[in-house]
Design a protein around this ligand. Structure first.
Ligand SMILES: [Zn+2]
Length: 295
């Protein structure tokens, strides 16, 4: 089952934002927001937080699955609006946020969308300082029986974390779990390392899961959630085979990227900004090319 409307999912976890930039509010004595969407989504998330918490200042944590522009984009805006909001992310993410070139890329990918959105407010991405480094195996105790387990799930990026709520058997993995398209096929997202991505999916597939909070497109629940990571593994292997096949047919990297762009982007199966889609596709083709050890 796919949950595509926002609101309370369980007393402990809420789906906020929208299907493009979705975030999850985890409630305990302290409240934590998982991810922050793109910068243009900041005002929507802030208003959702007001509604769910009564007072948005009751939000204590913004936990980031990874450093990508569409997950950390509105973090600086939320920090400007919620004084005292603390940021939790992996050590690698923390290092990325200290790299001026990475910050500029996040800012510029968000700015592309800000220009088109004509917002009245300044939502600019101005950089992030991580307050708490989250490590694999760590448990964040939010109080009132709410615990979040931290899993390092690299492969999509080097900095990817997944968050698991054992109380609700809910996992928030962002693109470490892949992204289902409009037909329900799961698009793999191994941008940083194919072997790490597969190992992370294998690890996620061993969790007891009733809810999978996706990167985009809603929440998978019930039986489909239980089988989600195994299906994601299958589609990862299938996509690897598809790319391998194009290389074996003699296509150059550039042609492989072009063929896949036509198959996936131009068929409107993917709802992702064009620049981000192409950056990601090039990275995935490069990953498979490395495995094939082509010169
Ligand atoms: Zn990402």
């Amino acid at each position: 089952m796919l949950i595509s409307s926002t609101g309370e999912i369980t007393p402990r976890f809420f789906f906020l934002g929208n299907l493009v930039q979705q975030v999850f509010l985890i409630r305990g004595r302290e409240n934590a927001l998982i991810d922050a969407g793109m910068s243009i989504g900041g005002p929507i998330i802030l208003s959702d937080l007001k509604q769910s918490l009564g007072d948005e200042k009751r939000l204590r944590w913004n936990l980031l699955t990874h450093s990508h522009f569409d997950h950390a984009g509105s973090t600086p805006y939320l920090q400007r609006k919620i004084p005292g909001l603390k940021i939790g992310a992996s050590e690698v993410a923390s290092q990325i946020f200290q790299n001026p070139r990475a910050v500029e890329l996040i800012r510029s990918l968000n700015q592309d969308l800000e220009r088109a959105a004509h917002l009245e407010e300044d939502v600019a991405f101005t950089g992030i300082t991580v307050d708490r480094i989250l490590r694999d195996g760590e448990i964040l105790d939010l109080g009132l029986g709410t615990e979040i387990q931290v899993f390092a799930t690299p492969g999509h990026t080097r900095c990817s974390l997944s968050f698991y709520l054992p109380g609700d058997q809910a996992v928030f993995c962002a693109e470490a779990g892949g992204v289902p398209d409009v037909d329900g096929n799961i698009m793999p997202e191994f941008l940083a390392s194919f072997p790490d991505y597969v190992a992370s999916l294998e690890r996620l597939s061993r969790l007891q899961v009733k809810y999978v909070g996706l990167a985009h497109g809603g929440i998978i629940a019930g039986d489909e959630a239980r089988s989600y990571f195994l299906r994601s593994l299958e589609s990862t292997r299938a996509f690897q085979d598809e790319i391998t096949d194009l290389f074996r047919k003699g296509q150059e990297t550039r042609e492989v990227v072009q063929t896949l762009k036509e198959r996936y982007f131009e068929n409107k199966k993917i709802s992702q900004p064009y620049r981000a889609f192409m950056l990601n596709l090039e990275a995935k083709v490069k990953q498979v090319r490395e495995i094939l050890k082509l010169d």
